[in-house]
Design a protein around this ligand. Structure first.
Ligand code: AMP
Ligand code: GLY
Length: 433
């Protein structure tokens, strides 16, 4: 069977490695993939946002390097990245009769519009921070004269994870509003904004599989978004992650299922926007209980790099069941172990960093390394992005998983490599209590 995965980061590499465990997975194509993914899949030079070319490739009519052999087509597609989902990639593939894992555009809006997500939660009583929506800059600035600080300013649309500003003062909040609405820093994504209450508490990510009838939460995880040790410095796309998250107790898990997960699935059904795929819950465990910080319409990155290695059930089987509305018929289980992923970045990320450094990875850790930003050049793997790769280890305890992950880091090198030394430290403290 021909499988196609849309995207080209560490998350996609983790998905592809997991899909390959199934013998039915014949050839796996990655669009566009990257230099590391090329070890595990056939990379095709089509951008994840070029929906016309993706559909044509899948149907077997695209012509170019690594096109499908004559007469073949894609049998199953996994759309892993947010922008093709928002652009209706799944809708277009389904029109061609190609089964897909991933939501249609009308369901992907749960991530691509924060206003939609907030209004959905309000309409269906799903716990989240209090908020106001603005389409007019003056009105937003007036509102901020009275708003309590810290406050949170969010661009409505996709903004490469940079559309959220935690403002400590009214001036900072006003500056953020002006950049989004007045200076169009995020283009049309900032034409509407959300200003919301600042919440505090530990953050937990819970990914889930859902076909709109059944929802199966995956093992919880804890991302580390800041660049520096001790959660200091600038926000990044994620510098490491551990699973499970010790703050996510069984009691909280049950409460989330009852008050957040199932109500969200039902709400999307009632809106006529049934969600099929991986629904991502970004949660904060506040003193008033768990609240939704954000929804994403896809696997998290780097969360996928710890959650998928812990998945015991065959991933392709689960994805096919989601696509066919048969999720209730299969049992999805996770190993009762811990996992830790350390992200290695190019020094200077997330501001400015060099590229083109040769990466060497010892054979023994290659299977657990997920490449995010690298290309093949003259037969060598060289860095091409800020976050270069993630390396994951599992263990019977969190401490063991963390130690093993850092041992693997030692077996990977490239010039100016930077990584945090404290991934999992906060989780270990929380375990002790
Ligand atoms: P992003 O992943 O770019 O959407 O960043 C969102 C991050 O901003 C979250 O992981 C939280 O740490 C923080 N955040 C978002 N909304 C709130 C809120 N209402 N209160 C406190 N922190 C928030
Ligand atoms: N790790 C956060 C995200 O994937 O959005």
């Amino acid at each position: 069977m021909n499988i196609m995965v849309i995207g080209g980061g560490g998350r996609e590499h983790a998905i592809i490695k997991k899909l390959r465990e199934n013998k039915r997975a014949g050839r796996i194509y990655a669009l566009p993939g990257n230099g590391g993914i090329a070890e595990d899949a056939v990379c095709v030079d089509i951008a994840a946002t070029d929906i016309d070319a993706i559909v044509s490739f899948a149907a077997g009519t695209w012509q170019g390097e690594n096109a499908l052999p004559a007469g073949e087509h894609i049998d199953f597609a996994v759309v892993a990245q947010d922008d093709p989902l928002a652009l209706g990639c799944v809708d277009r593939l389904q029109e061609k009769g190609i089964p897909c894992f991933g939501p249609t555009a009308d369901a992907a809006v749960i991530e691509s519009s924060k206003v939609f997500a907030k209004d959905l939660m309000k309409r269906y009583g799903i716990p989240t921070a209090r908020y106001e929506v603005f389409t007019d800059e003056e009105a937003a600035l007036d509102y901020l004269d009275e708003a309590p600080v810290p406050t949170v300013v969010k661009a409505d649309g996709l903004a490469l994870g940079k559309g959220v500003v935690i403002a400590q003062t009214r001036e900072e909040a006003k500056e953020a509003v002006h950049q989004m609405m007045g200076e169009h820093k995020f283009g049309a994504s900032g034409d509407r904004i959300v200003i919301e209450e600042f919440l505090t508490g530990p953050e937990v990510t819970v990914l889930s599989f859902t076909d709109g009838r059944t929802l199966v939460p995956m093992v919880s995880s804890m991302d580390h978004k800041r660049i520096g040790d001790g959660d200091t410095g600038l926000n990044t796309g994620g510098m490491g992650v551990v699973a499970p998250n010790p703050y996510y107790t069984e009691e909280i898990a049950e409460q989330c299922m009852r008050e957040i997960f199932l109500p969200t699935m039902e709400a999307m059904n009632r809106e006529g926007r049934t969600f099929r795929g991986c629904l991502y819950f970004g949660l904060m465990i506040t003193e008033q209980g768990p609240k939704v910080i954000e929804y994403n319409c896809r696997f998290g990155d780097p969360e996928a790099q710890v959650v998928l290695p812990l998945l015991e059930t065959d991933l392709l089987t689960v994805m096919e069941a989601v696509s066919d509305n048969r999720l209730a018929e299969i049992k999805v289980s996770f190993k009762h172990e811990h996992a830790c992923c350390v992200v290695m970045a190019s020094g200077g990320y997330p501001v400015s960093y060099g590229k083109g450094y040769e990466i060497t990875i010892d054979k023994e850790v290659a299977a657990d390394t997920f490449i995010a930003g690298a290309v093949r050049k003259d037969g060598k793997l060289v860095t091409s992005g800020g976050r270069v790769l993630g390396v994951t280890a599992t263990g019977v305890s969190l401490a063991e998983a963390v130690d093993a992950a850092y041992q693997k880091v030692e077996k990977i090198s490239f010039e100016k490599a930077y990584y945090r030394h404290d991934i999992g430290a906060r989780a270990l403290e929380a375990e002790i209590g």
